[in-house]
Write a protein that binds this ligand. Structure first.
Ligand SMILES: C[S@@+](CC[C@H](N)C(=O)[O-])C[C@H]1O[C@@H](n2cnc3c(N)ncnc32)[C@H](O)[C@@H]1O
Length: 276
């Protein structure tokens, strides 16, 4: 397999496609986090790993004209999409690393929110917790979501099986690796317990933990679907339209077992913690 990644957030073309495809789930997650974290008028909030800024848009509505939202992401491509989409003057976007982001802030904030980031990207937990302690006011809150798997393989292993089927029929296709971060592996209940233990050891207090069953249409496999279509359209332009249709239908057949009744169940867990 070639080194092309499915989730190359630094690639402007992928970032634009991600922004276009991202929608329902992000809004649901952001909406729930805003409620659970108790974000309100006048709050100053960091949207950490903000991507194209969809969550920031919801946050800025909540904090109103007297609050402020600061979106931070390591990808320049994501930051420029977020800036282009921003409508309010009290939201700004900064390119920066989650492990050093507190240096970008003029003063501590009331909330830090990180959606779809903790399990695959904020993997050096101790460093990120140190940063959060620096960035938050006393009793400021950090909120994040994780997608728990009750069983089954990670997206990367599902994709590997599907890719084997496709390569057997089209050996000339240089199929990409699935990668969205350094630790694309199943995030289990045990992993969450360990993380929560570390979070409390580091002086944070657990305020809320809520698990919600994932609706079918937002499964990881469906995300794999659009990523694959996008990759096929972009990286295999020399294929005939007929070949593309055949490859897509083989892809659908090969991924069916990963989506059916036997596929791993998923849920989203929301966590809100308070700094000491
Ligand atoms: C799955 S996206 C989530 C984007 C957004 N929070 C959302 O829910 O739509 C993960 C984002 O994390 C960013 N990211 C990954 N590692 C990062 C790091 N160390 N510091 C800052 N941003 C990072 C990526 O560039 C990407 O935009």
């Amino acid at each position: 397999m070639s080194a092309i990644l499915f989730s190359d957030f630094g690639d402007p073309a992928f970032a634009a496609e991600y922004a276009r495809r991202r929608g329902g789930r992000t809004e649901r997650v952001a909406g729930r986090i805003v409620e659970l974290a108790g974000i309100g008028e006048g709050d100053r909030v960091v949207d950490l790993c903000c991507g194209p800024g969809l969550v920031s848009a919801q946050l800025v509505e909540r904090v109103g004209a007297t609050g402020e939202v600061i979106g931070i992401d390591a990808s320049a491509a994501m930051i420029s999409l977020a800036r282009a989409a921003a409508k309010d003057t009290n939201v700004r976007f900064l390119e920066g690393d989650a492990y050093t982001f507190s240096a970008l802030l003029r003063q501590p904030v009331d909330h830090v929110v990180a959606t779809s980031a903790w399990q695959n990207f904020l993997t050096d937990r101790e460093r990120v917790l140190d940063e959060l302690a620096r960035a938050l006011k006393p009793r400021g809150r950090f909120s994040f979501d994780v997608r728990l798997r009750s069983q089954g393989a990670a997206a990367a292993s599902s994709w590997r099986e599907i890719a084997q089927t496709l390569s057997a029929r089209w050996p000339q296709l240089a199929l990409p690796e699935v990668s969205g971060g350094p630790a694309r592996r199943p995030y289990t209940r045990e992993a969450l317990e360990l993380d929560l233990a570390l979070i409390t050891q580091r002086g944070f207090r657990l305020l809320h933990r809520e698990e919600v069953e994932e609706p079918r249409d937002t499964s990881r496999s469906d995300q794999l679907g659009w990523r694959f279509e996008w990759w096929l359209a972009r990286t295999a332009p020399t294929l005939s339209a007929q070949a593309r249709v055949e490859i897509l239908s083989e892809f659908e057949r090969a991924r069916a077992p990963h989506q059916g009744a036997g596929a791993a169940k998923r849920s989203t867990t929301y966590v809100v913690v308070e700094a000491g």
